[in-house]
Write a protein that binds this ligand. Structure first.
Ligand SMILES: *[C@@H]1O[C@H](CO)[C@@H](O)[C@H](O)[C@H]1NC(C)=O
Ligand SMILES: *[C@@H]1O[C@H](CO)[C@@H](O)[C@H](O)[C@H]1NC(C)=O
Ligand SMILES: *[C@@H]1O[C@H](CO)[C@@H](O)[C@H](O)[C@H]1NC(C)=O
Ligand SMILES: *[C@@H]1O[C@H](CO)[C@@H](O)[C@H](O)[C@H]1NC(C)=O
Ligand SMILES: *[C@@H]1O[C@H](CO)[C@@H](O)[C@H](O)[C@H]1NC(C)=O
Ligand SMILES: *[C@@H]1O[C@H](CO)[C@@H](O)[C@H](O)[C@H]1NC(C)=O
Ligand SMILES: *[C@@H]1O[C@H](CO)[C@@H](O)[C@H](O)[C@H]1NC(C)=O
Ligand SMILES: *[C@@H]1O[C@H](CO)[C@@H](O)[C@H](O)[C@H]1NC(C)=O
Ligand SMILES: *[C@@H]1O[C@H](CO)[C@@H](O)[C@H](O)[C@H]1NC(C)=O
Ligand SMILES: *[C@@H]1O[C@H](CO)[C@@H](O)[C@H](O)[C@H]1NC(C)=O
Length: 516
């Protein structure tokens, strides 16, 4: 409880304006023991956000000091290790993960592993080619906070050969209007590329971009590169709030000539994509002049007869199917007396969200976790999802209501007590907690109307056997042997037909109610 409280205060602190000016959100420097201010931005130590893993300082030079530490996690396929941050429910967040391997474990190349946001497999993290080129890797996504915490997790998979790690994690609150054609209750956005066309400087970010999104330079294509920093653009009112700086450069062609871009550079998986393309004319466009063109993507018409003016225009698609290499072609209209131009673009893969475990079960499991002194190290993030990364010892139902149906922590050396909160996990049909060091009373579990098997044998439970266990009509196995239970066996259980009741090894337990 106390660690939770401290972490809450820390996250509130990070939202205070102080003397720093930075986008609203939480910046976490993974593996760092102290909070720091780097380039005017406040980074927090990750200690209040994560419970497992090992902080490591890397020994090679880094381009930014928040890359000098990482947190590494066990290479334990099927188990996820999560950062959990307090967020504003219903707010939309840009989530960015940054990875710089730095040879922290003495190997030649970085591991490949999975990253997960809440219950959704976000993407594979493969930093191999970036690291070989001496570069960091980052991933950006846009996700809605569906509860008052959001988790970002790292998990090893079958292709993981050494311990996964992370360097930095950022949560930045985005305005409501950004990317708002996306149904964020059911989908997330995984960024593929965000480019400033015709630009050749360093990455455009905060303060040019008020949310610190990264706009990478892009200068390919068989086009003229026109840089005109004193041009008169009057762009405003774009819902996605692109930085004005991207309108200072452009890719363009001469009158009558098509413009072709192999963008995004990456070959795409078969999926649907959110695409936004940004345009603003920089020339003196009098009424006699016009810049009109058609846009196609891989030969499919994306937009016809776009008229670009200094006021600017964005053309977006919410769910455009693509796969493999992508070619964008801007073909001038015959009547246009200027060639086409383009200033910026964003493309995201649209990720169907995996869902979330029912909140009632999550709250109950968290209470149980808090009542244990040594809970399993992967008990963080969503308990059931993604399904290949469910918590140690639980199984869950499928379908629209994801519920925990069994709990099996047999022989895990657990100490602590059995939280009464477990009675709220009403879909449970089996509980196996045998062969641990659990103590304290057995709580009232009579609300578990589907419970068939309750195994609490070989622990240190004390107190009386709750009468209410007799109310669970479905109960077929009740194993309580070798504990420290006292009192007498309730008559509601003793001799109940169809119930396998085992109580031996409780030296103070009597089998019959005292005569009255
Ligand atoms: C972090 O803080 C501790 C305690 O305040 C201090 O001893 C240590 O030198 C600091 N480490 C760094 C890297 O600043
Ligand atoms: C990771 O990326 C490298 C370089 O692109 C590639 O050779 C390798 O196959 C990838 N690994 C996995 C597991 O996808
Ligand atoms: C590494 O970074 C440099 C400079 O930012 C860039 O030019 C280069 O393309 C990057 N290499 C890779 C493989 O991303
Ligand atoms: C997106 O945001 C803009 C600006 O606030 C608003 O005009 C528009 O209706 C919104 N669209 C949707 C689908 O919510
Ligand atoms: C960017 O392009 C301009 C114009 O071609 C050139 O003068 C400048 O040196 C380039 N800057 C970089 C960083 O390459
Ligand atoms: C760009 O490529 C297209 C198609 O290959 C060609 O028609 C056009 O003339 C080229 N433009 C320039 C400026 O080279
Ligand atoms: C920019 O354009 C606006 C109207 O389009 C005009 O009022 C203003 O004088 C122009 N500024 C410059 C520097 O050309
Ligand atoms: C519970 O877990 C133990 C240890 O992993 C295993 O041996 C046992 O078969 C499991 N029981 C059930 C009912 O799944
Ligand atoms: C069960 O959940 C309800 C509603 O969330 C809560 O008020 C109650 O305290 C919980 N029961 C236990 C035993 O924790
Ligand atoms: C068992 O319970 C008795 C009576 O409550 C107590 O004196 C004893 O210390 C307990 N033993 C263990 C191992 O918990």
């Amino acid at each position: 409880m106390s660690s939770f409280f401290i972490f809450f205060i820390l996250s509130l602190l990070s939202l205070l304006p102080l003397s720093l000016s930075q986008p609203r959100g939480i910046l976490i420097d993974c593996g760092a023991t102290n909070n720091t201010v780097i380039e005017g931005r406040r980074w927090l130590s990750d200690e209040g956000f994560v419970s497992g893993g090992t902080p490591i300082t890397i020994s090679v030079p880094v381009v930014a000091s928040y890359l000098s530490t990482v947190r590494s996690f066990p290479n334990d396929p099927g188990h996820k290790f999560c950062y959990v941050a307090r967020v504003y429910r219903e707010a939309k967040y840009m989530v960015r993960t940054t990875y710089f391997y730095g040879g922290f474990d003495g190997r030649d190349s970085p591991p490949v592993f999975d990253q997960i946001v809440d219950g959704t497999l976000w993407s594979v993290v493969n930093t191999t080619s970036d690291y070989a080129a001496g570069n960091l890797s980052y991933y950006e996504g846009v996700f809605l906070a569906q509860g008052n915490t959001m988790s970002v997790c790292i998990g090893a998979n079958s292709y993981t050969e050494s311990d996964p790690f992370i360097s930095a994690l950022e949560f930045v609150i985005l305005d409501d209007s950004l990317y708002n054609s996306t149904d964020f209750k059911n989908f997330g956005l995984h960024m593929v590329e965000r480019s400033s066309f015709g630009y050749n400087g360093s990455v455009i970010r905060y303060p040019d971009d008020e949310f610190d999104r990264y706009w990478e330079p892009f200068k390919e294509g068989n086009s003229t590169l026109a840089t005109n920093s004193n041009k008169n653009i009057s762009v405003s009112g774009f819902w996605n709030v692109p930085p004005l700086k991207i309108f200072e450069t452009e890719l363009m062609t001469g009158q009558g000539e098509p413009l072709e871009l192999n963008w995004p550079v990456a070959s795409l998986p078969f999926a649907k994509f959110y695409i936004a393309l940004y345009f603003a004319d920089s020339s003196d466009s009098s009424s006699a002049n016009s810049r009109d063109f058609d846009i196609s993507i891989n030969g499919v018409t994306y937009y016809s007869n776009l008229n670009v003016t200094p006021a600017g225009v964005v053309v977006f698609a919410a769910q455009w199917p693509l796969s493999g290499p992508t070619k964008i072609t801007l073909t001038p209209s015959p009547k246009s007396n200027f060639g086409p131009l383009i200033n910026g673009g964003e493309i995201f893969e649209v990720l169907p969200l995996g869902g979330r475990t029912l909140t009632r079960d999550v709250i109950a499991l968290v209470k149980f976790k808090e009542s244990l002194e040594n809970p399993p190290s992967d008990w963080n993030g969503d308990p059931c999802l993604p399904s290949q990364y469910s918590w140690t010892g639980i199984t869950c139902s499928e379908g629209p209501r994801i519920r925990v149906i069994t709990l099996n922590l047999t022989g895990m050396g657990l100490s602590g007590t059995l939280s009464p909160g477990i009675a709220n996990m009403t879909a449970l049909n089996g509980i196996w907690l045998g062969d641990n060091k659990l103590s304290g009373p057995i709580p009232d579990l009579s609300s578990l109307k589907r419970l068939e098997k309750l195994h609490l044998e070989d622990n240190q439970f004390s107190g009386e056997i709750p009468l209410s266990l007799g109310d669970i009509a479905t109960l077929r196995e009740l194993f309580l042997q070798n504990n420290n239970l006292t009192g007498h066996i309730p008559s509601s259980l003793n001799g109940k037909t169809g119930l396998d009741l085992r109580v031996s090894g409780n030296s103070l337990l009597t089998s019959a109610p005292p005569p009255s």
